[in-house]
Design a protein around this ligand. Structure first.
Ligand SMILES: CC(C)(COP(=O)(O)OP(=O)(O)OC[C@H]1O[C@@H](n2cnc3c(N)ncnc32)[C@H](O)[C@@H]1OP(=O)(O)O)[C@@H](O)C(=O)NCCC(=O)NCCS
Length: 189
């Protein structure tokens, strides 16, 4: 199948959302579902991959601040993964980020083996680890109580999302069922 990388247009929004949800479904971001696409601030750095019928199969959005370009979203529809689409989206992003004045390209991601393998294969270096912790009453009724020191009267915590230090990983994994190591991947562009 032939794929083309082109700039995102507003007419792509529904297809963009429909690509992102199944791509994230088998990852640590499975419940990060969006109903509208967030807009980014770098013109020309929102790209999509389409098949020969202009059906959207991959997305990559990048914002730029000074000399740092950050990938906000990268996803390839599961039916089209491992065909080089992610690599092509990244290569085009690198050259456009360079043209936009960036010297570094980075991204933050959790602990999915496949995704980590992809970033490493693409030449990114890993740094800056911290934790994403979920405390959920329906996972284990004691979790929210362990996560907040003093709940506000009249408000009972049911689900919380928290950031924590990597050094506390072992202790927090003992207290909460869902803990992710989030890390930065970066490369020179
Ligand atoms: C990560 C993702 C964008 C990669 O896109 P892709 O189109 O499947 O990747 P590519 O086909 O371009 O991979 C290029 C190379 O990366 C490496 N690679 C890709 N997936 C890999 C894996 N699971 N294990 C090891 N290496 C892998 C390989 O070297 C591959 O080259 P090859 O196919 O010639 O062997 C895609 O798999 C995806 O959408 N994942 C789910 C969403 C996600 O996790 N997004 C990032 C959240 S921050």
């Amino acid at each position: 199948m032939n794929y083309t990388v082109r700039e995102y247009t507003p007419a792509d929004e529904t297809a963009w959302l429909h690509c992102r949800v199944p791509a994230f479904l088998n990852t640590a971001y499975f419940d990060d579902v969006l109903r509208a696409r967030p807009s980014t601030s770098a013109p020309g750095l929102d790209l999509v991959a389409v098949d020969e019928h202009d059906r959207l199969v991959g997305i990559i959005d990048t914002s730029v601040e000074g000399d740092l370009a950050t990938i906000d979203t990268v996803a390839v529809h599961p039916d089209h993964q491992h065909r080089g689409i992610g690599r092509r989206l990244l290569e085009e992003t690198r050259s456009r980020a360079r043209a936009a004045g960036a010297s570094t390209l980075d991204a933050w991601t959790r602990d999915d083996a496949d995704t980590l393998a992809w970033y490493r294969a693409m030449g990114f270096a890993e740094s800056d680890h911290y934790l994403h912790v979920y405390a959920n009453y329906y996972t284990s009724s004691g979790e929210p109580g362990r996560a907040v020191e003093a709940p506000r009267p009249g408000l009972r915590p049911v689900a919380l999302f928290l950031h924590a230090k990597l050094a506390d990983e072992e202790r927090l994994r003992g207290e909460f069922a869902r803990v992710h190591v989030c890390r930065r991947f970066s490369m020179a562009v």
